[in-house]
Structure formats: C-alpha cells, structure tokens
Design a protein around this ligand. Structure first.
Ligand code: ASP
Length: 325
C-alpha cells in the first residue's frame, strides 16, 4: 500500500514493518499484552496530526512481531530503502519496526546500506491503542530527523534520543525508556521538534560484503548460518556440537564478563574451529564489549568481537563469511 501526502521537495518515505508501534490491544490499559504489527504505515501517519500536509509517503512492507524478524525481510527492506534513497526528491527514509530486534536491523542496515541520506528507525514500547502511546511522538521525531539537513547514515530515535545504528541496544523489556547507545552515548536529541547534535554524525563504513558481494547479499536464502550460544554456569559443549551438525558456518559465544567462556564451551569451540567453523566470542554484558588483549579464564583461544554485542557480532560474522564467499 502506498499513499502520498503533500508533495516534494524533502519527501520522507515511511516503511512499516510491524512491531508494537503498529500494535493494538483489547484495552487502553494494556501495555504488555497486545498484538504487534496490526496497523499499516498509513494508519501510523494518520495518528500524527502534526504530519498532515508534510511530504510523507507511507508504505507497509511487513506486519511482523520483530521477534520473528528474518533475513528475507532484511534483504527486502534494504532493497526498498535503497530504491527510495536514490530518488532525488527523497530527503530520507523512516523505518517503523518492533523494538525486540530493532538493534539487529539497525546494525545490519548500518553495515550494508550506503546511506548518504538519513535512514531513521523508530519503534514504540506501548501499542497504538494505549492511553498514552509513545509511537506517534517517536514517528514525528523520526520524520523530523529524516528531513534535517546534513544528517546521514543509519540512526534510531526513541524517546527523543537519537542513537547511532551501530550503538543501539534494548535494555528493558517494557519500560518506555528502554534503549541505550551503550558506552558510545547518544548522537543527538530531539527537543521540541528540533535536533540538538551532541557529537558528530557517526561514520558508516560499509562492510566489504556490501561492496564486493552484493549479489550474495541480496539472496538471503544462500546466507551462511551463524548462531549464538550463551556461556553460563553449567554450560554444555554439546550445544556447539549440535550447531555444527546442523550446518552452522559461524558461532558467536556470548561470554561472561569480559568475554570469558566456560571450559566446556572452549573445548567444543576448538572442535568447531578444527572443522572449519568460525567461532567468535562477545560479552553477554549489555555494556563494555570485550577489551581485546585483556582476557582472563583461558578464553583467549577464541577471537573476540571487540565492542560488538553478541547480536551485532552474529551479523558481522555472517557478513564476513558472505564476503569470503
Ligand atoms: N514484540 C514487539 C516487537 O518487537 C515488541 C515491540 O515492538 O516493542 O515487534
């Protein structure tokens, strides 16, 4: 579905993919029990009176609960965003999304989309039917940011805070203030409809897979399998063995603390590496990543993903494997 409200210049295209921002509940009091992804992008725009008369196009790409986000939707979203960003009259693209995997989609787009213009992701913690939904303000802020001169790259805006696509992480399961930029801190704030820059717009170095393996990247059916295993008390190496048997080409171990990994998993990881599987370790701590060269607990057997979170590291390893063919 596509509709155009107003006219160029400075068109912002809103691509809807579902999530709580497009969710509805049986009663206005319900913030946690609701159905995500019910409303199309047109309905989200219609709920923001301040956007009426703005040059906004709304297109519904998917109606997913983002916990079900998949690689095919990523490839379709990237392709559609690329098409719109290439239109001279388009100032930027806004993607409405669920919060559960927002940081993964943001990181994937950050590494694969050459965005000389802004691509702004937004979402909501409360459904559209809530007494006080956060989605309409977030959408308004996202469109404002997407029209702001000089902005580029993949960003996310929630609760008036602008996060770089490479820094975003969800820290809380239901509070409205659920997101953080980790140690990097936010890039900007949206104040009263104006953007206040806190630091330079982040650089967006494309992954080599986006430059040299574009064909493979656009065919998600052929993407290598990369899985995540968490290290924890009583961890079993059999999990890694099972993933190898199930065809994993890469495994990220979400380690404890500074990326330390249970001895059972380290043993299994050695078996995996010996059979050609790439194994990285990250930290299951939401902040800090892995300080390279400061490893404890014998975990130094595994390459680290540095500051990347486990879900970011999974995407990075997947792209590395794609680039390697
Ligand atoms: N499960 C929802 C989703 O990620 C949660 C949300 O959007 O807040 O689609």
């Amino acid at each position: 579905m596509q509709s155009t409200i107003g006219s160029p210049p400075g068109v912002v295209v809103i691509l809807g993919t579902g999530g709580t921002i497009a969710g509805t509940a049986a009663s206005a009091a319900r913030h946690v029990g609701y159905q995500p992804g019910v409303l199309g992008a047109d309905a989200l725009v219609a709920a923001v009176p301040a956007l009426q008369g703005w040059p906004v196009e709304a297109e519904t790409l998917a109606r997913l609960d983002s916990c079900d986000m998949d690689h095919a939707t990523w490839a379709a979203l990237a392709a559609r965003a690329r098409q719109h960003l290439a239109r001279p009259e388009v100032a930027g693209v806004v993607v409405t999304h669920g919060t559960d995997t927002l940081e993964e989609t943001a990181y994937f787009l950050h590494r694969t989309l050459a965005a000389a213009k802004p691509l702004v992701l937004t979402a909501a913690m409360r459904p559209a039917t809530a007494l006080s939904p956060d989605g309409p303000q977030n959408l308004f802020d996202a469109v404002t940011l997407a029209r702001e001169p000089g902005v580029r790259g993949v960003l996310a805006v929630l609760g008036g805070v602008v996060h770089a696509g490479c820094s975003l992480r969800k820290l809380h399961g239901y509070r409205v203030d659920a997101f953080s930029s980790g140690d990097a801190g936010p890039v900007a704030l949206l104040e009263d409809g104006r953007v206040r820059l806190l630091r330079a717009w982040p650089d967006a170095p494309l992954h080599p897979a986006a430059l040299h393996a574009a064909d493979r990247l656009s065919d998600p059916a052929g993407w290598p399998v990369v899985d995540i295993v968490t290290s924890h008390a009583g961890a079993r190496g059999a999990v890694i063995d099972a993933l190898m048997a199930a065809g994993a080409s890469g495994i990220v171990v979400a380690g404890t603390g500074n990326g330390s990994v249970h001895a059972e998993l380290r043993l299994a990881a050695r078996r995996a590496i010996a059979s050609g599987v790439r194994v990285w370790r990250a930290s299951r701590c939401p902040m800090g990543g892995v300080v390279i060269g400061s490893d404890g607990g014998g975990a130094d057997v595994l390459p680290t993903a540095g500051e990347l979170t486990p879900v970011q590291a999974r995407i990075e390893l997947l792209l590395d494997l794609l680039a390697a063919g």
